[in-house]
Design a protein around this ligand. Sequence first.
Ligand code: NAD
Ligand code: RM4
Length: 255
Amino acid sequence: MVDRFKGKNALVTGGSRGIGRAIALGLAREGANVCITYSSHGTDADSFIGEAEALGSRAFKFGIDQSNVEAVPSLISYIEKNMGHMDVLVNNAGICPFKDFFDIDMGLFEKVMKVNVESHFFITQAVARKMIESGIKGRILFISSISAIVGGEFQTHYTITKSGLNGLVHSLAIVLGKHGIMVNSLEPGTILTDINSEDLSNLDKRKYMENRTAVKRLGIPDDMVAPALFLLSDENTYVTGTELLADGGMLVNLQ
Ligand code: NAD
Ligand code: RM4
């Protein structure tokens, strides 16, 4: 077993389910103490704690609605009190309510911006400040998307947030690089999780998406663990300010 995160503290937002859970358990498996955030599905957060502790991790959970950016300081206080410093941050929580462009009202637009971008901006600001104060050469990862690069007819709100995160990563790499902190984004393709289960219940769409990949299958959350953990580990000594596309060859498969 590899122990790349032994003794390190990690925060994974939206870690009770899907991609965040897989990454959080991957970190725990390699020795990290992990705090996850979750918004609903408290039983999944409980089962995460059980699984992570069975792997030898000190595990924590914090319920937060990230559409309320004012709740961020309470998350930071919880972490400081229970874990102290933070070495690794994964900004993963996100929503994608598939919707026609003409049906998106201001309330929905703002919610998607707050959960997908604003909350992560302020969580990162607080965590990075603490990393600098503690002299920690940390690693920060944003879960962006293939949708930062290509469009989606029912994702006009969502695609803005994912390309926005990439812009943030570029700037943060400059801000934090001089402190030894590296910042990147992972761009998953189409991964089978709750976020798209309804959308992919349309079997024609699902078949199209599967065929669009070069490897002829959609991803699963575990496919995201190895690329994420590399970017977050000390093995990564020189990759910062960039995006890693993990899409099974979906983007390049035009014809
Ligand atoms: P998911 O629905 O399983 O997980 C989403 C997570 O976000 C959950 O843990 C949930 O608790 C959290 N979350 C949602 N709303 C929240 C809120 N208001 N406050 C706090 N937390 C909230 O879906 P997933 O696919 O695992 O998504 C994880 C990330 O991966 C998202 O940012 C998503 O945009 C991104 N992503 C997913 C895919 C895909 O195909 N599944 C592709 C590219 C990017
Ligand atoms: C991703 C990508 C996937 C979609 C999810 C919701 O970024 O667009 O295809 O299913 O979002």
